[in-house]
Ligand binder design. Structure first.
Ligand SMILES: O=C(O)CCC(=O)C(=O)O
Ligand SMILES: [Fe+2]
Length: 388
């Protein structure tokens, strides 16, 4: 056990769960009247506040907490107790990283020295403040790997390992969780399992000021104020069931993100040959479907790009698994205006495309003309479907 883990272990605490009694309002007469499955068949309440999908602020579990069990036998007191006792075990590890006051913010020792000052000050970091790197230092710290695409080292290997361990531990707990999108069934939404305050800290201290400095002409990235954060995992074929292979869990179809800017940090895992992050052009630009660059992920390194920049993950070609943390950073004012139809969600203007699209930039899920375009190429494109 590392010193950091030992230190954090001291603050571990148990996570009592109250189980018993009938659930909320779904007795037999109600089910007969409204049909469908019981919403919360058994009353379960976490006695200590916990941030989990399907658990409200008071700790009560609702229908989505139980939905993970729909394919199993109906929940019984016995299996709820079994699940929640594994969740208590999960809590012991989980609390070590996330449940103490100090770790609600990113600890400087988790970050590589160049960016540590951003996480030391108690003030919120703003561009031009003494803790955020000056424009000239920032140019040295980040590498421009493509148009508007920046790579830099951010997390220490020890922090990556701790993060991966937490995700693994959560998976073994058997607790229900939301997956990041319809097709990547191996990842999970980390905001739902207690990481939200850490991700907010990362957004406020690093990502938001960095976007303001690196994308001065992009009005929506100058005020990033909330995020959707998740991990994605891709596995090599031999470690996937046939169903998972069909789901495209070796890579990701071309798409753009539901974000103003995206931070994508590789947490490593096992060797993963292939598995590059491929970029085409930005949505609306004439080169939107033209192949641009492929970035090879390295443990602890981040890639920053605009959400509307088309990208996808090439299949991993060997090894075992790749795991990445993805932060989709958003601007409330822009998202609100777009929701009411005042501005186009994906930006404007939409310019005429130059020539035909490149095969590698086609998306089966997102391009209406996919079938027509794919006929132009002899090779068979791997069909990976990704729906945001
Ligand atoms: O796997 C990657 O590196 C990219 C993941 C991604 O683009 C996404 O989840 O939106
Ligand atoms: Fe993406």
């Amino acid at each position: 056990m590392t010193t950091q883990e030992e230190e954090l272990q001291l603050v571990s605490r148990s996570w009592p769960v109250r189980v018993g009694g009938a659930g909320l309002g779904d007795d037999d007469p109600m089910m007969i009247r409204f049909g469908g499955d019981p919403r919360a068949p058994i009353a379960v309440r976490f006695a200590v506040p916990i941030s989990l999908d399907g658990v409200d602020d008071a700790g009560f579990c609702d229908a989505s907490f139980f939905s993970a069990w729909t394919t199993e036998e109906p929940p019984s007191l016995q299996n709820i107790c079994d699940k929640t006792s594994s969740s208590e075990k999960y809590a012991l590890s989980h609390s070590s990283l996330l449940r103490n006051t100090a770790s609600r913010s990113i600890l400087p020792e988790w970050i590589v020295p160049a960016f540590q000052p951003c996480f030391k000050s108690s003030e919120t970091t703003i561009v031009g403040s003494s803790c955020f790197p000056s424009a000239s230092t920032l140019q040295r710290l980040v590498t421009k790997v493509g148009p508007g695409i920046f790579a830099f080292e951010i997390f220490t290997p020890a922090f990556c390992d701790l993060f991966v361990k937490e995700i693994d531990f959560f998976e073994t707990s058997g607790l229900p969780c939301r997956r990041p999108n319809t097709m990547n069934r191996l990842g999970l939404v980390v905001n739902d399992i207690g990481f939200e305050p850490l991700m907010t800290d990362l957004l406020e201290r690093l990502m938001a000021p960095m976007c303001a400095a690196l994308y001065p002409d992009e009005i929506h990235t100058t005020a990033l104020d909330h995020h959707h954060s998740f991990v994605v995992r891709y596995r090599n074929t031999e470690f996937l069931t046939t169903k998972q292979q069909e789901d495209g869990n070796k890579g990701l179809d071309m798409h753009h993100d539901a974000s103003e800017a995206t931070l994508n940090v590789c947490l490593g895992r096992d060797p993963f040959p292939g598995g590059g992050l491929r970029f085409c052009g930005r949505y609306g630009d004439p080169n939107h479907r033209k192949n641009s660059i492929v970035h090879s992920h390295t443990k602890g390194w981040a890639v920053l790009h605009l959400g509307r920049h088309r990208h996808g993950a090439d299949d991993i070609k060997g090894g075992e698994e790749r795991m990445n943390l993805i932060v989709w950073a958003r601007n409330s004012a822009f998202r609100g205006a777009a929701a009411f139809g005042h501005v186009p969600l994906d930006g404007s203007p939409i310019e005429k495309q130059i020539g035909g699209p490149d095969m590698l930039c086609l998306s089966k899920a997102n391009d209406g003309d996919y079938e027509e375009q794919i006929k132009r190429f002899d090779g068979n494109k791997k069909h990976k479907i990704y729906i945001l």
